[in-house]
Ligand binder design. Sequence first.
Ligand code: C2G
Length: 136
Amino acid sequence: MSTDGPRTVITFGTFDVFHVGHLRVIERAAALGDRLVVGVSADELNLRKKGREPVFSQRERLEIVAALKPVSEVFVEESLELKRHYIQHYAADVLVMGDDWAGKFDEFGDICEVVYLTRTPAISTTALIEKISAGS
Ligand code: C2G
């Protein structure tokens, strides 16, 4: 956590089948500081935690997120258990997550501000995959 200088915001996500809900959380996270760092979850982490491979590979997901105007830096999030390490490594002042994670990261309140943003309603990667698969 830094007292002066640019305010760094960090957020994490899979950002698979990138959609407007992802864009909005990134834009709103960036607005909370001067520099936004995004941890994009590794393919291996997804397989372990969600039991399926993302549609887009981590290399592609990183490339998409890195190209967004509000994003200053991206890195691969190798493990959910490394959050404290990542927050400290990037000297983040604020951790932002969507409110599907509400309360889950309060333990990091000792090293940064923790903010949960309301999810964009009615859109998700899972729903998109289902819709595309159904061909409707
Ligand atoms: N999001 C949102 N609105 C939606 C869908 C997603 O605001 N309609 C937000 C989520 O709350 C999250 C971010 O977009 O903050 C990325 O969502 P996912 O790709 O689903 O990320 P997730 O798999 O939840 O992250 O350390 C966390 C891990 O990296 C996993």
